[in-house]
Design a protein around this ligand. Structure first.
Ligand SMILES: C[S@@+](CC[C@H](N)C(=O)[O-])C[C@H]1O[C@@H](n2cnc3c(N)ncnc32)[C@H](O)[C@@H]1O
Length: 169
């Protein structure tokens, strides 16, 4: 099952609803462990949390019931580090920021889910929800762009193309 959310409480609720004791959970974008701690308080699981924020390191490394990896989830080397720890995943939880570029979030989802084949993936991202809703005839809208990005101009992280497709250089 794949579930989308934007509200952080919905995201956390979906994880707790689907996770069961004994699960292996991979959490991409743990920050300082708001969701990680909730998972550990409620589920007896193997939790691997990843974040690239410097401020997450000292806080996350103090949590002894999980494995924390400081790294960029877009990079193959980060994927490989986790793959060396586990080849199993019951729950893949992705929160790179609710307003993060949906294309990047989708690509991260694609790479990690096709590697670990989780039973369930929970993604927190506004743009992906909006895109999904636009495909639903009930919510058909006239514009051919995502409302959440309509005032952003050229996306500031367009440099990401370099990361994903070196051939574009
Ligand atoms: C909204 S916060 C996550 C909040 C967390 N899920 C919680 O429940 O408290 C988004 C996190 O994603 C992380 N992030 C964004 N892009 C990332 C990337 N490419 N690799 C690793 N972490 C990333 C940020 O550092 C940030 O800590």
């Amino acid at each position: 099952m794949i579930k989308l959310s934007y509200d952080i409480d919905d995201y956390r609720g979906q994880i707790l609803e689907l996770a069961t004791n004994g699960d292996t959970i991979i959490e991409l974008g743990s920050h300082v462990g708001g969701t990680s701690n909730l998972i550990l308080d409620n589920i007896d699981c193997k939790l691997i949390a990843i974040d690239n924020s410097p401020e997450a390191v000292s806080i996350m490394e103090k949590l002894d019931k999980l494995t924390f990896i400081s790294g960029d989830v877009r990079l193959h080397e980060t994927l490989l580090k986790v793959f060396r720890i586990t080849q199993e995943c019951d729950i893949l939880a992705i929160d790179l920021g609710g307003g993060y570029h949906p294309d990047t979030v989708f690509k991260v989802f694609y790479i990690w889910s096709s590697t670990f084949k989780p039973k369930h993936t929970l993604i927190r991202n506004r743009g992906l929800i909006e895109f999904f809703n636009m495909l639903d005839n009930k919510n058909f809208k006239n514009e051919g762009y995502l409302e959440s990005y309509h005032d952003s101009g050229i996306p500031p992280l367009i440099k990401e193309f370099e990361l994903w497709t070196p051939s574009i250089k």
